[in-house]
Write a protein that binds this ligand. Sequence first.
Ligand SMILES: [Zn+2]
Ligand SMILES: [Zn+2]
Length: 281
Amino acid sequence: MITRDDHVHSSFSSDCTSPMEEQVRAAIAAGLTEITFTEHLDMDAPYTNVPAGEALDFRIDYDAYREELNFLKVRYADRIQIHMGLELGLNASLSPALEEYVRTHRFDYIIGSTHSCGGMDPYYDSFFEGRTAEQAFRAYFETALANVKTCPFFDSYGHLDYVLRYGPDKADGSDEQHTAEYYYALFGDLIDPILYELILNGKALELNTGALSRGFPEPNPCAAILRRYHDLGGVMVTVGSDAHTPENIGAHMDTAARILHGCGFDSYYSFEERTPIRHPL
Ligand SMILES: [Zn+2]
Ligand SMILES: [Zn+2]
């Protein structure tokens, strides 16, 4: 049973309007005993393909974030444990700046995510213009592999195949051909080296349930990738909802536990002061 959520945003992330206290109260109402805020820092944002007027800067006010979190930590200490994390947007060309930031700021836990590819955000259709969905997905996984190799400043790699949610042939379960498994088979030559890189460097892989809340049939990454990580020797999986709103906090943790069991895992992990902690499933 999973009674914690280690991927939660609040209004300290520029794409989230939910106040941190509202998120904490929702976590308590959902029966969670621990929660980790993982606010966004994407140094390469805004991206070139974001429509005018929609660009967000994805910077973080570290001092204000720490102050509010510490206040709530004390206020709700008898009901929930609150931890301070970061979702760091990885980008090989910014590796020294990312390393410097992580070295000079304290966090319990850092998720490393690939949110951009070639300066573009895959969330927008323009990422797929002028090429097939397969070509676009391949470019994304090539970037993810380069990021994992050059920016090892994180504890767990976030939502590995989330690009499959987007584009014209998205793995949304609406047709039998374009499943997450289908794409894993297609891009295994890039996904396997990402998994090896994580395992060899003692990094965890995140099971992100956000896609389930959006109605997709699989979490990110899909079960086929989680199973492959396990079979290659991967042990550490972290779990989070990626909630940007109170109703998604702690969502689909039972499904996550069931999937992990099915892939051969008997435990999952969280991080405190950048140190892994094992929890039996
Ligand atoms: Zn993310
Ligand atoms: Zn997130």
